[in-house]
Design a protein around this ligand. Structure first.
Ligand code: ADP
Ligand code: GN1
Ligand code: MG
Length: 371
């Protein structure tokens, strides 16, 4: 189901969720690759309008909605307490779940479908592409701050919503399986891309090994720190709220840092077809590094800082591998909007990896300043 019929979504909102007043408008919203997101506008008593986000959670990807929503409830409650304690506005600085009429935090639909509603974060915006270094810096401070706020979160109480999410060697194994199985006969056209991944087999285990050997700490991380998963304040441009909490799980800060660089420090879109436009912008890399470390308030270890360029490269390689796996498996995971969309996405990631390898010394020098 690409988009649920809007009338069905309206019915779900009206019949099942504890919304104030009358539902006036329902429309598709945002550009996430996983969930179906809708804007719901309600007319409240006195004539004002209030906005909400209704999402169909992707049950093919998130197999256990109970566990997922339990994480979201606990993490947002934990954040809310800290935000209130420092005098912030929890309605804007974290997600607020709107319960169902029978008091549940989400609605189980037919089959695998389930739905949830969040209060809309007003006077804020999400960017689909970095406009300038300042935006990117602001997003970095927000993601770093998110890391900082969750540094004393009881990690053992979190469910693993997608096991092995950033286990790069495991992603590599799945990739190789997809290559072997070649279910839709696309392998012959992507041998060059396959070779690119396989040449970097040794890199894949660097962060996992460092975690396993205790060289870097396991932390509570977001794991999906794309630019459009943070909201910036309309007035000041500062990051106010980290959203898309479906993959908050124990992980490495390098996953969060690296995934942001992968998306935001690229000079091209994630699905750019002209690879000449795709490279790693070192000014953006520097701006994000500065902002992320500031947001983390000195909590990253020396070893983590040393591994930041590797975090950026590995998250990019891993994402490319995931896009190519999906292309080989007939596009069953990420939403696509044109033929070969996942292949185009994979190619931009590999172009970025190659460019980062060229710029390795410069990336290391930028990071070294913080050691
Ligand atoms: P996906 O998992 O598909 O990426 P997201 O939770 O990131 O879904 O939501 C998709 C988009 O919807 C976001 O990029 C953002 O633009 C918008 N969005 C999500 N939650 C809110 C919210 N509470 N307030 C305002 N906009 C939101
Ligand atoms: C997905 O849900 P969204 O669009 O924020 C994906 C990320 C990828 C990203 C690539 C749960 O993120 O892991 O890095 O696409 N999320 C999931 O754009 O797989
Ligand atoms: Mg998202």
């Amino acid at each position: 189901m690409e988009h649920k019929n809007l009338e069905q979504v309206r019915q779900i909102a009206e019949e099942h969720f504890a919304l104030p007043g009358q539902v006036r408008e329902v429309s598709p919203f945002g550009n996430g690759h996983i969930n179906d997101t809708f804007l719901v506008v309600c007319k409240v008593e006195g004539g004002g309008m209030r906005r909400y986000i209704l999402q169909r959670m992707n049950g093919e990807i998130f197999k256990n909605a109970d566990a997922l929503m339990e994480n979201v409830v606990h993490v947002t409650a934990f954040l809310r307490e800290k935000i209130v304690a420092k005098g912030g506005d929890p309605m804007r600085e974290t997600l607020t779940i709107v319960p169902t009429k029978d008091g549940k935090n989400y609605l189980k639909g037919d089959g695998r479908d389930s739905f949830r509603v969040y209060a809309f974060i007003e006077d804020a915006f999400c960017l689909e592409a970095v406009r300038n270094a300042e935006d990117f810096y602001n997003s970095a401070v927000a993601f770093g701050n998110f890391q900082y706020l969750l540094s004393d979160y009881p990690a053992s109480t979190l469910h693993e919503t997608i096991p092995n999410f950033h286990n790069t060697p495991d992603r590599l194994a799945n990739f190789k399986k997809a290559v072997e199985e070649d279910v839709c006969g696309r392998r012959k056209d992507v041998e060059k891309e396959i070779a690119f991944v396989l040449e970097r087999t040794r890199d894949c285990s660097v962060i996992c090994d460092a975690l396993q050997e205790g060289k870097i700490p396991l932390r509570v991380t977001h794991n999906d720190t794309k630019l459009n998963n943070v909201m910036l304040d309309q007035e000041t441009g500062k990051g106010i709220c980290v959203i898309d909490l479906d993959t908050v799980m124990p992980g490495s800060a390098l996953y969060d840092y690296g995934d942001s660089i992968r998306f935001g420090a690229s000079t091209g879109a994630e699905d750019e077809q002209n690879l000449d436009l795709v490279s790693c912008d070192l000014d953006l890399f520097a701006a994000y590094t500065k902002g992320y470390l500031e947001g983390c308030r000195g909590s990253l270890t020396r070893e983590e800082i040393c591994l930041m360029p590797m975090g950026a490269k590995l998250m990019t390689l891993e994402c490319g591998m995931r896009f190519l796996t999906d292309h080989l498996q007939n596009d069953v995971y990420f939403k696509i909007h044109r033929p070969n969309h996942n292949l185009d996405r994979a190619r931009t990631q590999f172009k970025l990896v190659a460019d980062m390898e060229q710029k390795w010394e410069q990336m290391a020098a930028i990071v070294e300043k913080y050691l």
